[in-house]
Design a protein around this ligand. Structure first.
Ligand SMILES: Cc1cc2nc3c(=O)[nH]c(=O)nc-3n(C[C@H](O)[C@H](O)[C@H](O)COP(=O)(O)O)c2cc1C
Length: 328
């Protein structure tokens, strides 16, 4: 196998195939399988503030029901609290101890103080890094995109000041100006940007005439959005660029590394092909490097980024025009 070592948020990894945040990391057994299959690192399932709130509310309602039934229950369990997020924190701590590959906690909170509080608690579990998943659906029409981005940056700055470990921000592809947003996080000390989160899409079942969920898993082939923005950002950030979405094979990973990513995150491919697929991806990447005569990832990383291609307009508007005019 070729030397696949790389940097991930400044942490040295054995290889660039990182398991992205998903439910595969919910069980310690699966986490061990992920390490055995040779993943470079693992991002744990996110701590969602809404879920904590929902569980607290359900518990409160349950307790109220018992109070109504048995008045004495109130005095029996006077200080009973929901264990969340303690339960999540305990599981993060156990996950970190279970394997020797870098383990990264992930957070999606709602309120600014909670972002900071949970980030600090996650960092205290001993994880190697923290990933901030800022996704939330904007529903207030009076709020501007600038308001939303500024709020994310403000939260980031507070978390950055509160936490010493490396921090990655997981972006989505729908910002008006992706380069500007990525640069703003970079300027504030982000150690990595993840391009991109794939948002769950709604659908409607025409038989039941009810809302349903569209395909949850991606189908591979690599995300063209991740490819474009990785190629445009390479060489412009101090932070590592991590590509995500639709990366299902070693060859998909090669494309994103050529565009300038230091690593890739994989999720759907592991649900559809199984955890041992990590090793297949590494082997494909290594075989390609052997065929091309590359000894390390640094030998070809960013070779097809905007910075390094002969045509300075590649990945930009001229490419779009060329595609449309060429098609005619
Ligand atoms: C079942 C499932 C659960 C997920 N849970 C999370 C999560 O908790 N936090 C998060 O940031 N992303 C989550 N994601 C998104 C993935 O981390 C990833 O960004 C997305 O699936 C795109 O990568 P892929 O095309 O390789 O699947 C989840 C995805 C799936 C399929």
């Amino acid at each position: 196998m070729a030397d696949l070592s790389t940097s991930y948020l400044g942490i040295e990894l054995d290889n660039p195939i990182v398991v992205g945040s998903c439910s595969l990391s919910k069980k310690i057994d699966t986490i061990k399988q992920i390490e055995d299959a040779g993943a470079g690192a693992l991002v744990l399932k996110s701590l969602f503030e809404e879920q904590v709130q929902l569980e607290q509310e359900t518990l409160r309602q349950e307790l109220e029901r018992y109070q109504d039934l048995y008045a004495e229950a109130q005095s029996l369990f006077p200080a009973l609290e929901n264990s969340q997020p303690k339960e999540h924190l305990y599981w993060v701590e156990r996950s970190k101890k279970a394997v020797s590959i870098p383990v990264i906690a992930s957070l999606n909170a709602v309120f600014e103080p909670t972002w900071v509080q949970y980030a600090r608690q996650l960092a205290d579990t001993g994880v190697d890094a923290l990933e901030l998943n800022f996704y939330s659906l904007p529903l207030d029409p009076s709020q501007t995109s600038n308001d939303i981005e500024q709020r994310e940056l403000d939260i980031f700055e507070k978390v950055r000041a509160a936490v010493k470990i490396p921090i990655a921000v997981k972006l989505h592809a729908h910002y008006t100006h992706v380069l500007n947003v990525a640069k703003a996080f970079d300027d504030r000390g982000a150690n990595g940007v993840i391009l991109f989160n794939r948002l769950f899409q709604p659908d409607i079942d025409i038989e039941t005439e009810k809302e349903s969920q569209a395909q949850v898993l991606s189908s591979g082939g690599g995300s063209s959005a991740a490819l474009r923005w990785t190629a445009l950002l390479h060489g412009q950030l101090k932070a590592d660029i991590i590509a995500s979405s639709g990366i299902a094979s070693g060859n998909d990973a090669v494309k994103l590394l050529l565009a300038g990513a230091t690593a890739v995150q994989v999720v759907s491919a592991l649900y559809s092909k199984g955890i041992p697929h990590i090793d297949t991806m590494k082997q494909e990447l290594s075989d390609w490097m052997g065929r091309k005569g590359y000894a390390t990832l640094a030998d070809f990383r960013g070779k097809v980024s905007k910075q390094n291609v002969a045509d300075p307009w590649a990945f930009e508007r001229a490419q779009y025009l060329k595609a449309l005019l060429g098609f005619d």
